[in-house]
Design a protein around this ligand. Structure first.
Ligand SMILES: *Cc1c(COP(=O)(O)O)cnc(C)c1O
Length: 352
């Protein structure tokens, strides 16, 4: 059919499964096992519905100001969106507009190549080394932009600030995006570099460490110039992306710093205990600084473990992709959930 040849055809991103069955131990999409901050509940219970008659604040000032304050930035250095997926998609559209390819690792968040294809941005994947480490020199060549998740997903490997500073220094002509979806679980954020490098954009999310995946909030931090360019594109696309309920609830989460520190520290503690037990069960994994562990068993194939876990209502993530087909990505749940999963694996592996 003739009209079909002009359709923008894309192979969409496939998100992890959201089972309706409540009995499932759900460790497949890196959600937080704890409830959102108590302030979020208070906002939702006392919400003034009359506000919904009107359009929400297109500048999202309440939330932008709360985030700017928390990170020691000015409001002109913060951009918010409907999840970091929205922020990243806007950033690709805004900043990756060169003829030269953008660069990102071969094993990383699998949305990057989808956006690149959608916007017809040329890209070149840079292979991680055999330990799933990013090779800095791969990002010290001509390019049209760089996007790196730190810690990387699904590997969990984290690099330090100096590593990114070297990459940014080598690329004054490109925008460098650091996707910090998992930075709150022990890594060091690149936010302090923002003041020195006008071309650095740091992206974070409320979905993992703030237990608010369902609310959809992500944000970018960068120089006033970068944020201005992002806003220009956003306001050329859809002015009212964030709804009034989300703005208030999200702000309450940011204002509850103590609760945030409590749950992220708890998840880190559970992760470290999980590492010890997985090691004892003959799993190998890169050292994770996130709320998941990317593990491979020394004897038993990942597909087999994935299937048997699933049959027992334990959901983890597995990709049939080169280099990672023998790995499972296991999100960190509560201590109780992890005990159930590890006890199950212990029993199963005894019989294998
Ligand atoms: C989860 C995730 C995101 C997207 O999160 P949102 O829910 O859209 O905020 C972005 N990047 C990475 C690496 C992620 O793991």
């Amino acid at each position: 059919m003739s009209w079909e040849k002009n359709v923008r055809k894309v192979v969409p991103y496939v998100a992890g499964e959201q089972p309706q069955n409540k009995n499932v131990i759900k460790l497949n999409t890196n959600e937080c096992p704890y409830p959102p901050a108590p302030g979020v509940e208070r906002v939702l219970h006392s919400f003034d519905y009359d506000i919904l008659r009107k359009y929400p604040d297109p500048d999202v000032s309440l939330l932008v100001d709360a985030l700017a304050k928390r990170h020691g930035l000015s409001r002109e250095q913060v951009f918010v969106g409907v999840g970091s997926d929205d922020v990243l998609a806007m950033s690709f559209l805004t900043f990756f507009n060169a003829d030269r390819p953008i660069l990102f690792p071969d094993i990383t968040y699998s949305f990057y190549d989808v956006w690149a294809d959608l916007y017809k941005i040329p890209y070149e994947c840079q292979p991680l080394d055999e330990n799933f480490q990013i090779r800095k020199t791969d990002y010290q060549k001509p390019n049209g932009g760089i996007v790196i998740a730190n810690p990387n997903a699904p590997t969990g490997v984290c690099e330090d600030i100096a590593f990114f500073e070297d990459i940014i220094k080598a690329n004054p002509d490109s925008v460098v995006i650091v996707d910090e979806a998992y930075i709150d679980f022990g890594g060091k954020s690149c936010v302090p570099l923002i003041e020195r490098y006008e071309n650095l954009l740091v992206v974070q999310t409320f979905s993992k460490s703030r237990a608010l995946a369902g609310l959809r909030i992500g944000y970018a931090m960068g120089s006033k110039k970068l944020i201005k360019y992002l806003n220009d594109v956003k306001f050329s696309f859809n002015s009212y992306t964030m709804n009034a309920v989300t703005i208030q609830a999200g702000t309450a989460s940011v204002e509850n710093e103590e609760y945030f520190q409590l749950i992220t520290a708890k998840i880190v503690e559970t992760r470290e205990n999980t590492k010890k037990r997985l090691e004892a069960l003959d799993f190998v994994f890169p050292n994770s600084m996130t709320n998941f562990i990317f593990a491979s068993h020394k004897r038993v194939p990942a597909q087999e473990l994935f299937d048997v876990l699933r049959q027992n209502e334990i959901y983890v993530r597995h990709w049939n992709k080169p280099r990672i087909e023998n790995y499972l990505r296991i999100s960190i749940g509560t201590d109780e959930e992890m005990k159930t999963v590890l006890d199950f694996l212990e029993q199963y592996l005894k019989g294998r």
